[in-house]
Design a protein around this ligand. Structure first.
Ligand SMILES: *Cc1c(COP(=O)(O)O)cnc(C)c1O
Length: 366
């Protein structure tokens, strides 16, 4: 994990944000990049806030000594909200019962909790629909008057920001503006931070920046809209391994489970000690490419739980040689985007699925 790439990306995104605050989404172990070192690099480069999906992810940041403001946005009944209140974690509320649980936690902790009210402007995940928004705002103002919470944010999330020109984008922004105006008229402070933009919106929709942007994937150097190019972002993650075995085999040798690959001549097979338990999706079988012994090689045969094989032909290699699955692409290795394209998925899924037994090594530059 190249932390200098993370810092480069945060600075580049700050230019696009042109004055808006930046909360970096560091959920899912900072998209697989290692939560704490990545969060610190983001803050060093100028991000002012961190966002996590779950409360326990925010607690892990506090346990590591990260003091920056953190917002957690997925809350189910029975979460450790009292601990969150004690540690000053900001919480999202999109339904009245969440406000009630937050208020109780705030009273038990003896701490005021800073709350962001979430509007569902059209993605139909969390948050209050525009029909139930006025009641949510009223309830939040009542709880605030009781001294348990402070409403510090008003927010939402876009469904199709990565599909430029999608008609839902302008519709959602219009509903968001309506929600903001309802909150304003009801008496929510004009100092509440308004935010809706993920990476794709930050890069392509200036009108969606409001007071703060919430990029995730772009911070890690992966394009939020691959059809529009890489935006000058630099991939931070390189996934590498060392060959565990190299051996000559005869023509007609079946390789791995199901013999889905059969050598068409005498050749050299290399064994890469990473498998689907490490996030190498099983449908990379006979499909995805890696860089080994100076050239691209396709995965040869079935990806197993802990290993897969590559066909090295007649090239020289030995156990211990480095294999690069993906990286920035500077040395001819595939990029994470190429892996995502060949597997029919998005880069978010590739990086967040790298398993916990793969060591995260953080470097500064390469
Ligand atoms: C994950 C997430 C983001 C970041 O999205 P990217 O597409 O990775 O930029 C922003 N906001 C919310 C609510 C999220 O869940």
């Amino acid at each position: 994990m190249d932390l200098s790439a993370i810092r480069h990306n945060v600075r580049l995104l700050a230019e696009h944000a042109s004055g808006a605050d930046m909360m970096v989404a560091v959920k899912a172990d900072a998209y697989g990049h290692g939560l704490v070192p990545t969060a610190r690099a983001c803050l060093e480069a100028g991000a002012t806030r961190l966002g996590t999906a779950y409360v326990r992810e925010a607690l892990a940041l506090r346990a590591a000594g990260v003091a920056a403001p953190i917002l957690s946005w997925i809350i189910t009944p029975g979460e450790p909200l009292e601990e969150a209140a004690r540690l000053g974690i900001e919480l999202s509320a999109g339904a009245p019962w969440v406000l009630d649980e937050i208020a109780e936690a705030a009273r038990n902790a003896g701490r005021l909790v800073r709350v962001h009210l979430k509007a569902d402007t059209g993605i139909s995940r969390g948050g209050a629909t525009i029909d139930s928004w006025p009641a949510l705002v009223e309830r939040a103002l009542a709880v605030q008057a009781g001294g348990a919470i402070e409403i510090v944010g008003l927010w939402s999330h876009l469904a199709c920001a990565d599909i430029p020109g999608h008609p839902s984008i302008e519709r959602q922004l219009a509903v968001f503006d309506e929600a903001l105006s309802i909150a304003d008229k009801a008496g929510v402070s004009s100092g509440a931070i308004r935010h809706i933009a993920n990476s794709a919106a930050l890069m392509t929709l200036p009108q969606a920046r409001y007071d703060m942007v919430r990029p995730g994937i772009a911070v890690y150097g992966l394009s939020p809209i691959p059809e529009l190019g890489d935006f000058g972002l630099r991939p931070a993650m390189t996934l590498a391994a060392r060959l565990a075995s190299v051996k000559r085999v005869r023509e007609g040798t079946g390789v791995s489970y199901g013999h889905l690959y059969v050598t068409d001549r005498e050749t050299t097979l290399g064994l890469v000690p990473l498998g689907y338990a490490d996030g190498i999706l099983r449908n990379a079988t006979n499909l995805a490419e890696v860089l080994a012994a100076g050239r691209r090689r396709r995965v040869a045969g079935r990806v197993c739980m802990d290993q897969f094989t590559i066909d090295l032909g007649d090239d020289q290699a030995e156990a211990g040689d480095e294999v690069i699955l993906f990286g920035p692409g500077d040395d001819g290795e595939p990029t994470c985007q190429e892996w995502a394209d060949s597997l029919g998925t998005i880069t978010h899924e590739i990086v967040t699925r790298i398993g916990s037994r793969v060591p995260r090594v953080h470097t500064d530059g390469r």
